[in-house]
Design a protein around this ligand. Structure first.
Ligand SMILES: Cc1cc2nc3c(=O)[nH]c(=O)nc-3n(C[C@H](O)[C@H](O)[C@H](O)COP(=O)(O)O)c2cc1C
Length: 200
């Protein structure tokens, strides 16, 4: 299967990037193809321009940078997102990717007053990290909000099935090697669980 890995972290030495690298490596080990798009490395422009607000249905062509990302997404059977929680949400650069790339006419449309996801058949794995422990995120209601507003709303609208959202809390300076290794193995395990059998 062809996979797209979308990463939003500005620091190459971050734990977010270590997890994304492990994910891509495990996919490769299993014989899958993958392409990683780190939005910071790309210098992705996250700002939706006035002419992009209505999306790109029918005769309206998307700008080159959006078209490139849409082509990569179209060619992928599965897409993974890796990002740190910043203010209990995704980094702005990734929100801008969602705003611009998952556009009307490409990712969803309206028919008979209903929204239809146009990316049905694709799977997604989401991997996030935070300073806060998982328990605290759950207790405060943040985790529920993230699942409702980010995972369910965005991916349901586009028709993408979320296979799993893996979250690692307490990712702080001084993270022990044992914890780091365990988290990396959890990401590798998720790849084997969801994509262990190479189709075709
Ligand atoms: C702008 C900013 C906002 C942040 N907001 C949160 C937050 O709301 N909740 C939280 O638990 N951690 C927050 N953090 C901490 C990051 O999630 C933390 O840097 C991450 O867990 C460490 O992983 P990394 O090595 O991939 O950066 C924030 C960090 C930054 C830079």
């Amino acid at each position: 299967m062809n996979h797209l890995i979308v990463v939003a972290h500005p620091k190459p030495e971050s734990f977010t990037i270590a997890l994304a690298n492990a994910y891509g490596d495990e996919l490769e080990r299993l014989g899958h193809r993958s392409q990683t798009r780190n939005l910071y490395t790309l210098g992705f422009n996250p700002v939706l321009a006035p002419g992009e607000v209505g999306g790109f249905a029918a005769d309206r062509e998307a700008p080159e940078d959006i078209r490139r990302e849409q082509q990569l997404l179209s060619a992928a059977g599965a897409v993974a997102f890796f990002y740190p929680l910043w203010w209990a949400s995704m980094p702005a650069i990734l929100k801008g990717y969602i705003d611009r790339v998952l556009s009307y006419g490409f990712a969803y449309d309206y028919k008979g007053g209903n929204i239809h996801g146009l990316l049905a058949g694709k799977k997604s794995v989401i991997v996030t990290v935070s300073a806060e422990p998982n328990k605290a995120l759950k207790k405060s209601g943040e985790w529920k909000a993230i699942q409702t507003l980010l995972d369910a709303h965005i991916f349901d609208t586009c028709g993408i099935e979320v296979s799993e959202h893996l979250h690692f809390g307490e990712i702080l300076p001084g993270l022990s090697k044992a914890d780091a290794d365990a988290h990396i193995e959890a990401v590798r395990y998720a790849v084997r669980k969801h994509f262990g059998v190479v189709p075709g």
